[in-house]
Design a protein around this ligand. Structure first.
Ligand code: PLP
Length: 386
């Protein structure tokens, strides 16, 4: 889709959300308009077809992850899946709080859920620090495990794009008898994740980060066996979001077929963008470190507050000052704070996320606009302060 000024400019905020792939949208539309049956109404063909479509989607999700189809439970997204995982994990300990270790850079969907459990006296939390480049020390995790019931580590960070060694962490956790929750919302389809080799206890992801619609995701878990497609247990089986689930299935199939190649292409484009930005923006700081998501670029331009830069780019280039969940709030990023970055680096941080439809022309044009917005902000502040 051409991203012109009238559409809001070049879209480079794919960590926040992704456009629905037309191949996904076509199927979603069909399951809204033609195949509209309730998958729980198995008395007629409409319901039967809807139920069959969910089964097929379950298989494609499982295929992408080399998981068992029986472990796939559809949810309304990652936050819902994380809450289900926590509710299950909290039920695995008796008479004492669940001892949770989590990285300081987890998404608020994990952090807030863990903190709520802590407030209710149902969990105790131990925080795993990150280095200034956002990397994590597996030895530190290993050292904590004897005192932990549940380890939470994300597959890839939604701000600085760091890919975390979840498979190695799983080996350590499994050896110590500790359950593990992996938030793969940013990593799924982009980072190699093979649940047949590393059967994480709880694995969550969301459709809208992989070109499926918003409002659908999954918890994949061998310990959590859902009684229906929304993981709710009780006498009433919730009506499944058939179009969303079908869309998620197709998005996963596309990731199986194209995810690795696209990630490679994005790696090339982001390297180009970093080099161009470095050449055109004086004193540019590159935040985070490799391994990182192919489409992630996280920069700071000290002296150019990020809210002023994105305001100048409005309608031209869509980039972000932080995580989507924080957008609007403009609060300090807990990720950048955890990395211990200097204040002016935090205040001028810009997250750029390239995606499936980003072209080389988009990258070159956006780079030029971003560099000139930064220069303009710096000049006006220098004048103002002179
Ligand atoms: N975890 C990560 C790493 C995310 O990036 C997001 C969304 O921004 C979430 C969880 C929450 O996902 P959802 O919007 O599907 O609830």
């Amino acid at each position: 889709m051409p991203m012109t000024e009238s559409t809001g400019g070049i879209y480079l905020d794919h960590h926040a959300t992704t456009p629905v792939d037309p191949r996904v949208a076509e199927a979603v539309m069909r399951y809204m308009v033609e195949e509209f049956g309730n998958a729980n109404s198995v008395d007629h063909v409409h319901g039967e077809r809807a139920a069959a479509a969910i089964e097929a989607a379950t298989d494609t999700v499982a295929e992408l992850l080399s998981a068992d189809s029986a472990d796939v439970c559809f949810t309304s997204g990652s936050t819902h899946a994380i809450e289900l995982a926590f509710s299950h994990a909290l039920g695995t300990v008796e008479g004492s709080p669940l001892r949770v270790a989590l990285s300081r850079v987890e998404h608020p969907a994990v952090i807030d859920t863990a903190r709520r459990a802590e407030r209710l006296g149902m969990a105790t939390l131990q925080w795993i620090d990150v280095a200034p480049d956002a990397s994590i020390d597996l030895n530190r995790i290993e050292g904590l495990l004897p005192e932990v019931d549940l380890l939470c580590l994300m597959a890839a960070n939604n701000e600085v794009g760091t890919i975390y060694p979840v498979a190695k962490a799983y080996e350590l956790a499994a050896a110590a008898g500790v359950a593990m929750l992996v938030d793969a919302t940013q990593g799924v389809g982009r980072v190699p994740l093979d649940l047949s080799e590393t059967p994480f206890d709880y694995f969550v992801f969301s459709g809208h980060k992989i070109h499926a619609p918003k409002g659908v995701g999954a918890l994949v878990s061998s310990v959590y066996r859902a009684e229906n497609n929304y993981g709710l247990s009780g006498s009433h089986a919730a009506t499944p979001n058939v179009p969303g689930i079908v869309g998620l299935g197709i998005a996963c199939r596309l990731m199986s077929q194209e995810g690795a190649t696209d990630e490679q292409r994005l790696r090339g484009l982001s390297a180009l963008m970093r080099a161009e930005l470095r050449a055109t923006v004086p004193d540019l700081v590159l935040n985070g470190s490799d391994p990182r998501l192919g489409g992630n670029i996280h920069i700071s331009a000290p002296g150019a507050p990020n809210d002023l830069v994105v305001a100048r780019l409005r309608n031209e280039v869509a980039i972000s000052t932080g995580a989507a969940c924080m957008s609007g709030a403009q609060g300090a990023s807990h990720v950048l704070q955890a990395m211990g970055l200097p204040q002016d680096v935090q205040e001028s941080a810009l997250r750029i996320g390239l995606g499936r439809h980003t072209t080389r022309e988009d990258v070159l044009h956006a780079t030029q606009r971003i560099a000139s917005a930064i220069a303009s902000v710096r000049t006006s502040l220098e004048r103002h302060n002179a």
